[in-house]
Design a protein around this ligand. Structure first.
Ligand SMILES: *[C@@H]1O[C@H](CO)[C@@H](O)[C@H](O)[C@H]1NC(C)=O
Length: 217
């Protein structure tokens, strides 16, 4: 009986330890510069010949430029990931610049493949994330210039500019391609649409509210 339990515990431990600690697999070589034109489908991008790699493969220019925040949300994202720097392929990191107009919002969204660490360069942000079911606890903080905040992988989060002028933040991700699922756009803007009946029950509202939300996204 005792031995059985120990064996069970050991096999459980072995199972738990077999998961990698990083979200993305560790590189098996110095780098794997993305060959965007390769017809081969792999997890990420196929590698180009490492002998042909040069500085431009590991380079991006433009994060000094403010994004255009003249939109409904008053915010803009400039991403720099493996689609912009081929040398980031397989390295498990990427970054963005986020610009916010006064009152601008980065609406509730998740990154399915990455944790995010964000720092404010200019302005004041109110930020938060919501813990996973069943807890649904909202954890928030007001950030000033130089402050740093972490959004754990997969959790719904947001940022809002609550200062008197523009705000600028830079954020880094634990994925070469973190992905972004914006809750409102995904649920109400799915193509083809999610049937109204599914959404009226999910959100406990009537058809007209779902129709008007679907029209907006
Ligand atoms: C910013 O975006 C708005 C709306 O799309 C557009 O009208 C405007 O020309 C853009 N401004 C710049 C500087 O690109």
């Amino acid at each position: 009986m005792m031995v059985n339990n120990i064996l069970r515990l050991l096999s459980l431990l072995a199972f738990a330890c077999s998961f990698p600690f990083a979200v993305e697999p560790s590189p098996l070589q110095d780098f794997c510069v993305a060959d965007y034109s390769s017809p081969v489908f792999v997890n990420g991008f196929a590698c180009k010949d490492p002998n042909l790699a040069d500085g431009t493969d590991f380079f991006y220019s433009g994060l000094h430029l403010p994004g255009n925040t003249s939109n409904f949300l008053g915010s803009d994202i400039t991403p720099v990931n493996a689609a912009h720097i081929p040398g980031l392929n397989t390295l498990g990191i990427s970054m963005v610049r986020i610009d916010y107009a006064q009152g601008g919002l980065s609406p509730p969204h998740t990154h399915p493949r990455a944790s995010e660490i964000l720092t404010v360069l200019e302005g004041t942000l109110f930020v938060g994330f919501i813990t996973s079911n069943p807890e649904n606890r909202l954890i928030t903080k007001v950030l000033q210039r130089g402050d740093v905040f972490v959004f754990p992988v997969g959790l719904i989060h947001f940022q809002r500019n609550i200062g008197y002028g523009n705000a600028v933040a830079f954020a880094a991700f634990s994925s070469q391609n973190p992905g972004a699922v914006t809750v409102a756009n995904t649920v109400f803007g799915a193509n083809p649409r999610i049937e109204t009946d599914i959404l009226t029950r999910a959100f406990a509202v009537d058809n007209s509210i779902i129709d008007s939300l679907q029209l907006q996204f």
